[in-house]
Design a protein around this ligand. Sequence first.
Ligand SMILES: CC(C)(COP(=O)(O)OP(=O)(O)OC[C@H]1O[C@@H](n2cnc3c(N)ncnc32)[C@H](O)[C@@H]1OP(=O)(O)O)[C@@H](O)C(=O)NCCC(=O)NCCS
Length: 154
Amino acid sequence: MDEFGLRKAVESDLQEIIRLWTQNIKTINTASDIADFIYSSRDYFFVAVSTLATLASTDEKLIGFVGGAIRRGHGHISGIAVDKECRRREVGEELIKVLEHKFRTNAFETVTLEVRKSNRSAMQFYEKQGYKPSYIVKGYYADGEDALVYAKKI
Ligand SMILES: CC(C)(COP(=O)(O)OP(=O)(O)OC[C@H]1O[C@@H](n2cnc3c(N)ncnc32)[C@H](O)[C@@H]1OP(=O)(O)O)[C@@H](O)C(=O)NCCC(=O)NCCS
């Protein structure tokens, strides 16, 4: 990976976001569920792109995304993923920051998210970003796994 940049997701990113989501997040969401998420909350979807400049052109590759939504009057992180080979280079951190900035701009003061109880690396990631564990929702996921709900005042 060379440099990376962030931008708002656009319609032509849809297939790549679906790829990132299904490859990296343990989910039962179908491609059409994910597309619905994106269309219903398009202001809150951002992508990270790596730019590989050659003499002939500059090729963009999607390496991560974050998707948010408004839920019960606060910001919510619906999904975040970074391609395996691009992790631990602050791509995830920058994606969270840009989404939080968007929520703040729209006057939301709290952000929440759910994470699988088994997803220790994601928990460490969210805690590094200042999220605090709040409560457990038993059997939240379709396969019966519990979710831990995190929250952050922004
Ligand atoms: C969670 C995820 C988005 C993090 O993306 P990332 O770009 O690798 O994260 P960053 O490089 O910005 O990490 C920032 C900090 O978070 C913490 N962190 C990130 N990944 C971690 C891991 N696997 N284990 C422990 N801590 C981790 C570290 O403190 C890290 O800082 P450091 O590298 O200086 O130690 C990425 O691991 C991922 O796509 N996971 C699979 C999908 C997923 O589980 N999504 C969340 C549930 S929806």
